[in-house]
Design a binder for this molecule. Structure first.
Ligand code: NAD
Length: 389
């Protein structure tokens, strides 16, 4: 069997109230001069105080960089890296959803490179192993799992490409995974981020790069998400379901970080970059069609996923379980009110006009090559057409 390369943060504090331990976690690594990276809403709503207050109590007056944007761009990373280099900081704290966490990771990577280096020089297949300072992640969505992955996703503003950047430089030193931070997430984002997590776990599990360690995390994540995603959608205050989703998202992050994502993510990033569809939502738009495309190439895996998610019975034959998974993914999109690209308002002519570009960007990301059934550009274009609605 091939050797699996496994990475994860050195320390994770998981559970309600974990964010209050942020100063303790910094101290464990001898760190005391953080730059907190967050988004404008976290700053204006006062949510970032959940991180700043315990730091203050420990005598740390942290500076805040709150100019992050959804789907972080290379220009924001350059601005953030300049702030990092201008101050006397010994670590970064990424506080927020995937966008602020990815911004913090990319700032640390860019700041370690010679002046004038562009973010695009780190995109896969390059390795981004060096970081200027360690990054501590505190997720507020459940979620991207970025708090536990060796990835950051940054948009190149010159080409509108969402670049996958991978390496030890993007792996957080520590993560504080506190589901209590997710009660305020609005229903649409709760659904989108939850489907993102489900996609991570499913793709990690069916990937050509799957391995037993990542499998166990993916299966656990699929169980947790399968049982709880509709519950958090129906009742945002359901604490047990929020907690399960947060754990599931983190485990799904660990799973794909140590296996890979596959075709859904490869095709999803160009939709995000060109049409500014939230990441989880563009995954959801593609998930049924892409699963149907690969189903028979990894039927046993998809069937096991169906049993883990809870939509198939243990004694269902693989063919039956696989069919039930497809039905479930369609039903999930219906129940969580996921629009098709057409219903989202994307113009048919613009969509068609960009299909070849999106297919080539999807292939260039390397993710489709991990899919059980590897498509060519024409097949990817056909899948985009099917998903359009
Ligand atoms: P996000 O960080 O862009 O946040 C979406 C919105 O939700 C923002 O308006 C934000 O302010 C709000 N929000 C976040 N937490 C909230 C809370 N607790 N209460 C109320 N509102 C809250 O969204 P995301 O889905 O978490 O992250 C998406 C980004 O992560 C994309 O750029 C995607 O490419 C990337 N991503 C990275 C990885 C990785 O491994 N690095 C994996 C998957 C996705």
């Amino acid at each position: 069997m091939a050797v699996a390369s496994i990475v994860s943060p050195r320390l994770m504090r998981i559970g309600g109230g974990a964010v209050a331990q942020v100063a303790e976690v910094l101290a464990a690594f001898g760190l005391s001069r953080p730059l907190v990276v967050t988004d404008p809403w976290m700053a204006s709503s006062g949510t970032v105080e959940r991180c700043l207050a315990p730091l203050r109590q420990a005598g740390i007056a942290a500076q805040v960089f709150s100019d992050t944007v959804p789907d972080p761009t290379d220009t924001v990373i350059e601005a953030g890296a300049a702030v990092l280099l201008a101050g006397d900081f010994d670590c970064l704290i990424g506080f927020g959803g995937g966008s602020p966490m990815d911004t913090a990771k990319a700032m640390a990577i860019l700041a370690a490179a010679p002046p004038g280096t562009k973010m695009r020089s780190f995109k896969v297949p390059a390795q981004a192993d060096r970081a200027k300072v360690p990054v501590i992640c505190i997720p507020t969505t459940a979620g991207t799992g970025s708090e536990a992955t060796r990835f950051t996703v940054i948009t190149d503003t010159e080409t509108d490409e969402k670049m996958l950047i991978a390496g030890l430089g993007a792996l957080p030193l520590a993560a504080l995974v506190d589901y209590e931070l997710t009660f305020s997430v609005p229903p649409r984002t709760t659904a989108d981020t939850g489907i993102d997590s489900l996609t991570h776990a499913l793709e990690a599990f069916v990937s050509k790069r799957a391995n037993p360690h990542a499998d166990s995390l993916a299966l656990s994540a699929m169980r947790l998400i399968g049982l709880n995603l509709r519950r958090v959608w129906a009742d945002p205050a359901d604490a047990a379901a929020r907690e399960a989703m947060m754990l599931g998202a983190m485990q799904a992050g660990l799973a794909f970080s140590n296996s890979s994502v596959a075709l859904v993510h490869g095709m999803s990033r160009p939709i995000g970059a060109h049409f500014h569809v939230p990441h989880g939502l563009s995954n959801a738009m593609l998930l049924p069609a892409v699963t149907r495309f690969g189903l028979n190439q990894a039927l046993d895996r998809y069937a096991a996923a169906a049993r883990a998610v809870g939509c198939a019975d243990d004694d269902d034959a693989d063919q039956v379980a696989g069919a039930k998974l497809l039905e479930e993914l369609v039903a999930l999109n219906r129940d969580l009110e996921v629009p098709t690209p057409r219903a989202y308002g994307i113009d048919a002519g613009t969509w068609d006009g960009l299909l070849a570009t999106m297919a080539s960007q999807a292939l260039a990301s390397g993710s489709p090559a991990n899919n059980p059934r590897v498509p060519d550009a024409a097949e990817i274009m056909e899948l985009y057409r099917q998903a359009y609605g």
